[in-house]
Design a protein around this ligand. Sequence first.
Ligand code: PMP
Length: 406
Amino acid sequence: PSTALGTNGSPLDVLSDFPAIPADWSYLDTAATSQKPQPVIDAITRAYGETYATVHRGVYQRSADMTIAYEAARERVARFIGAGSANEIVFVRGATEAINLVATCWGGTTLKAGDRILLSQLEHHSNIVPWQLLRDRTGIEIDVCPLTADGKIDLDAAEAMLTPQHKLVALAHVSNVLGSVLDVRCAADLAHKVGAKLLVDGCQAVPRLPVDVAALGADFYVFSGHKLYGPSGIGVLWARPELLDAMPPYQGGGSMIDRVSFERTTYAPPPQRFEAGTPHIVGALGLHAAIDYVEGIGLPAIHAHETALVTATREALRGINSVTLFGPEDSAGIVSFAMEGVHPHDIGTILDEGQVAIRAGHHCAQPLMEALGVPATARASFGVYNGLADVDALVRGLERVRRIFG
Ligand code: PMP
């Protein structure tokens, strides 16, 4: 990135890579889903428009080439998160499916009544409900780690809560509401000390922090492609190979088998064992292009840029009468807030009239809303395309909200 500021006040100056973001629109909902850069759109267009065929069963060249491209995407994901091998990468629909897969295939065969798992107060519903479904099936107990006063997962509390009955700790790397960053290495050490595994929900981390699963010490790591500037409908489950090897299939169908007869079916090794049916071929190719794109900019540069935007936003919002800020000062890419006497949905609607798109609601984190003592928050979340011009537009919009509501 150049040191000069781009048209929208961003040192990354990549706004022009994003055809779906008009110059007069401030898109501040990247935590929900990111906009797509031209190289990702091109990869998808090329795949459907020029090179399309099925994978893993072609006796013709086009299919063999597509298989190579699909498996190259798996290799690219493995390199991106520091996996030991592409065989540790399972393509899924997204983080939600990845967590359900782990809950069903690992939890359903490993955990039994009386075992405990530890979640945190700030988890996304997708890292709560699959475990409740598992609890209903198996009789496991779910414990909830509280947060520190500034909205981080309280690892001291986690250490005090963990017992040898705990078999799994499942936590968000970065909160989708508060932007709080977890010290994953520390969480892994705490989990492993009592013999538990650590699952990390990396949805909001991979678009902004370099991730190395080996260095982090996680056992499972999951994320969605669509928050990483890639397509929707594709996501990743990484797990330690010995865990994947021991897990039974998630769904049955084509591609996941070794041999099928009506008497007995044997299964393919991971990752194919967990990818029943024709996969989201083009999604994988789009994800490959997205990873190339973010690594082309550089995750340290992205993180530094978003941190500057968060700092500027928090500073500006503190200057607006009756705004409450949630989350830690060092939040990664996300600022949640409330305005006294104004429902977050009204904030969102008025901002939209001024071409500023934020999210308002519970952000699929109702237990966190309860802990914060609010029904909902307004949330501005940043991506590579945002600049200080977007922060200015947000602040102007909020001043208008203030005027309208007196
Ligand atoms: N975890 C976190 C932290 C998220 O932000 C999200 C998406 N909002 C999810 C899980 C679920 O991701 P998806 O809907 O793509 O499966």
